[in-house]
Design a protein around this ligand. Structure first.
Ligand code: 6PG
Length: 220
């Protein structure tokens, strides 16, 4: 397991932003643009705040999402809204450079429409980890864990809702995968992932680099 431990979530956000800039420079040099899938949840807010303080030619970046809740773009639970409020609006990201998962549509339709707009290979895919070892919206004991294709709708019984999510096939197709995870409530799961327990969905992610804080990394 490759990881970097930061003392606080804020420091983690700055460290992850530095890595973003390095990969941005490489991708723009090689291909002219940098394609990034942002993750959901609350942890990315620390990255967003750091990126919002970063001076880059943002017109060279194309933003995607690795999963989304089945809600409209202006809903409080929207992963897109979290990125827009904490990052995009602050640095003037052009709407045409952001490819949002359409959570307000029928989930199956939203998933197939999204697969059609994805680049052949993402430069960077961000993920998080839940305290049940899920990542993106690949939850334990759900159909998407074994789904083929790039993007699927996934019913999550424990949340009693549908989600739109990248499959493992899409995640592992990315040039780089960064997982941002914080909090003592997840430390046992992280240790099991490190020990390859085979119990957690996130273990299906190949060769990620982890950005963790001291609280979650206590047992590593
Ligand atoms: C989502 C996410 C999900 C998230 C984890 C961690 O849409 O909820 O994609 O996989 O990354 O649940 O969430 P926190 O960062 O809030 O702990």
């Amino acid at each position: 397991m490759q990881y970097h431990i930061s003392s606080t979530p804020q420091e983690l956000g700055q460290e992850a932003a530095r890595a973003f800039v390095d990969l941005y420079n490489q991708a723009v040099q090689d291909r002219g643009i940098f394609t990034v899938a942002l993750s959901g949840g609350s942890t990315p807010v620390h990255l967003y705040k750091a990126l919002a303080q970063t001076d880059l030619d943002w017109s060279r970046v194309r933003f995607y999402f690795s999963d989304e809740r089945t809600v409209p773009a202006d809903h409080k639970d929207s992963n897109y809204k979290t990125a827009k409020d904490n990052f995009f609006d602050g640095v003037g990201i052009q709407p045409e450079h952001v490819f949002r998962m359409e959570g307000e549509l029928d989930p199956q339709e939203a998933a197939s429409r999204y697969a059609a707009v994805l680049p052949d290979q993402l430069d960077l895919c961000y993920l998080g980890m839940g305290d049940d070892g899920h990542t993106a919206s690949l939850f334990p004991d759900t159909e998407a864990l074994t789904a083929s294709g790039r993007v699927v709708a996934n019913f999550v019984p424990k949340l009693n809702t549908w989600r739109i999510t990248f499959t493992f096939e899409e995640i592992n197709r990315s040039r780089n995968i960064h997982i941002l995870a914080t909090g003592a409530n997840k430390k046992e799961v992280l240790l099991e992932v490190k020990n390859k327990s085979g119990k957690h969905p996130i273990e299906g992610v190949e060769n990620p680099f982890w950005y963790v804080d001291a609280a979650i990394a206590e047992l590593l």
